[in-house]
Structure formats: C-alpha cells, structure tokens
Design a protein. Structure first.
Length: 205
C-alpha cells in the first residue's frame, strides 16, 4: 500500500491536472479536455478514482451498471461510461496517464499485448501507465471472487514486463506487494511505465 500511495502521488501532481480515464475491472471472459490523464481499474470509484479527481477531471468505465451507479454516488464529479473496456477506443495521445488496477488479468492473456499497444497509443509522449497484475503464469482459469465466477488469465511477471517493453514503454518501476482478500493473501506486481518523449525504436507488434 505504501508503494501504491507513492506511485499515485507521483502521478497526481498539481501540474498534471487534466482528464482521468477510469475503468473498473472487467468481469467477462473475455476531448477537448487537456492535458489528459487515464485510470483503469477504479471499481466503484473508491479509493482510486475518488483520490485522482481531487486534482484531475475523471472518466470512469465499467461493464457493470451496478458499479457505475455506485461510482456515480461515490465520485459524482467523474464522467462515467457503462461499457466493456476491452472494446473501448480513443484517439491517439488522448491521455497523460492510464491507471489499470486489477484489470489486465481478466482479459485472455493472448489479448494483453494488443491491450498494452492500445494504452500506449492513448498516452501522450511522457505519459505514464500504472497497473497491477498477479505474477503467476495462468493460461486461463475461472475462479470465485466475492462469491462470483471470475475469469483469470496472465503470464508470469517477467513475460508481462517483456510485453510492456515490447510495446514501446520504458519501465520506471516494478515491484511486488501482498494484500489480503478475505482470509487469503494475494501477491500482485505493480508496474509504472512511461511512453518515452521520443521513441527510441518502433514498438513491436
């Protein structure tokens, strides 16, 4: 939690006020505002989106209408979209930052490279991506989360970091942290990456 707060403070500085794109975790098998700032994985808006909109304009997206309604009550100043994040698209260089908490592993891992490429395109040069994902290799698994079926699919941590770099990002920081979900401890890798101000090479794929 301390490292998450440090990373969030690094992103949420007064000189980067702008658009925050917030997308709640995907529960499926599968602008005139400047400068833009993007957040993926806000859930019901608490705490991430609520904290970010203190300094930024915010947009929250969720496939669940229930979560959107909760986010509307919790973060009334945010713009909220009821949609599947996997199907969203925005013009290139739309956001100064993307924050994706507990999102990527709910997409088939064969789609992770494409999702990262889209996020790279959405960012302005110098824009940053902050995301979390469990570090174990898991091709595909439907488990329970809060008593509901939930799809999981991910690569090991090194493979995920390789995908991030292959799409053109510079990895600024990566670390693991354990959090408690119910009575279980779950490890996550937290990654902070940046779209370089000028590309050193063309992204792969």
């Amino acid at each position: 939690m301390t490292r998450w707060r440090a990373s969030t403070r690094r992103l949420s500085t007064p000189d980067r006020s702008g658009l925050v794109f917030g997308c709640c975790a995907i529960c499926s098998h599968t602008s005139s505002l400047v400068p833009p700032f993007s957040t993926l994985g806000c859930g019901n808006g608490v705490p991430a989106l609520r904290e970010i909109v203190r300094l930024h304009k915010g947009v929250g997206v969720d496939i669940s209408k229930t979560q959107i309604d909760l986010a509307q009550a919790n973060v009334p100043s945010a713009q909220l979209l009821h949609a599947d994040a996997a199907e969203l698209d925005f013009p290139p260089r739309s956001f100064d930052a993307v924050v994706a908490f507990y999102v990527l592993e709910h997409l088939p891992r064969e789609e992770h490279a494409h999702a990262l490429a889209k996020l790279f395109e959405w960012l302005t040069p110098g824009g940053v991506l902050l995301f979390s994902i469990e570090p174990e290799d898991e091709p595909a698994h439907v488990g329970k989360w809060l008593g509901k079926p939930m799809f999981f699919s991910r690569f090991d941590a090194e493979t995920t970091l390789g995908l991030v770099r292959a799409k053109g990002f510079e990895v600024l920081d990566s670390h693991t942290a354990v959090q408690v979900e119910g009575a279980k401890e779950v490890e996550f890798v937290w990654v902070l990456a940046m779209r370089p101000l000028s590309p050193a090479r063309d992204p792969v794929g």
